[in-house]
Design a protein around this ligand. Structure first.
Ligand code: GDP
Ligand code: MG
Length: 174
């Protein structure tokens, strides 16, 4: 990190969602502009940071990634503690991961009820494999009063768009 790095806000953001939906890939793309077809879960690193200029504010977000414990539905309360934002990720090519949004919503409501939530439908590049129609996703998001965007961890601009949106929602409350 730069020693004289300046920012107006520092926000902790947790990234949740079922195993394999692309959480680590989204974070790697946003923070390091890289994509790996054989993404390994990052062991020993709690979070990566990224600075974004949103609504004329320089915002540094700390992105917390799970180390695979989501597979066992046993994400520790300490993972969520203090987060102002949360990303629930599902895989647009895997309907089960979309149904699991409710589980992650419940976890967030329990552990960080005031966090602003963004839902990302990931892997939008796999158009031929789509299993969750965008209309279905939008209707669900509307019912639950959630902000939803589709993105691809292969495409930096779509990932930046998504995280900018979350930061904008958090900022609106400050
Ligand atoms: P996590 O378990 O939620 O952290 O998911 P990973 O980031 O490890 O991704 C699981 C697999 O999906 C890896 O093989 C990634 O390369 C792949 N993947 C992740 N995001 C995308 C995406 O947007 N498009 C495509 N085509 N593959 C993706
Ligand atoms: Mg991962």
């Amino acid at each position: 990190p730069l020693e004289n790095e300046r920012y107006d806000y520092l926000f902790k953001v947790v990234v949740v969602g079922d195993s394999g939906v692309g959480k680590t890939s989204l974070i790697q793309q946003l923070c390091f502009e890289r994509f790996a077809n054989d993404q390994k879960s990052t062991i020993g690193v709690e979070f990566n940071s990224k600075s974004l200029l949103v609504d004329s504010k320089q915002v540094k977000i700390q992105l917390w990634d799970t180390a695979g414990q989501e597979r066992f539905r046993s994400v520790a309360p300490s993972y969520y503690r203090g987060s102002l934002g949360a990303v629930i990720t599902y895989d647009t090519t895997y309907a089960k991961s979309f149904e699991q949004i409710q589980f992650w919503l419940n976890s967030l409501n329990q552990h960080c009820p005031t966090a602003k939530i963004l839902v990302i439908g990931n892997k939008s590049d796999l158009v031929d494999l789509r299993a969750v129609p965008i209309e279905v996703a939008r209707e669900f998001a509307e019912q639950e009063d959630l902000v939803l965007v589709e993105a691809s961890a292969k495409d930096l601009s779509s990932v930046e768009f998504a995280f900018n949106k979350l930061v904008s929602v958090i900022l609106a409350d400050r």
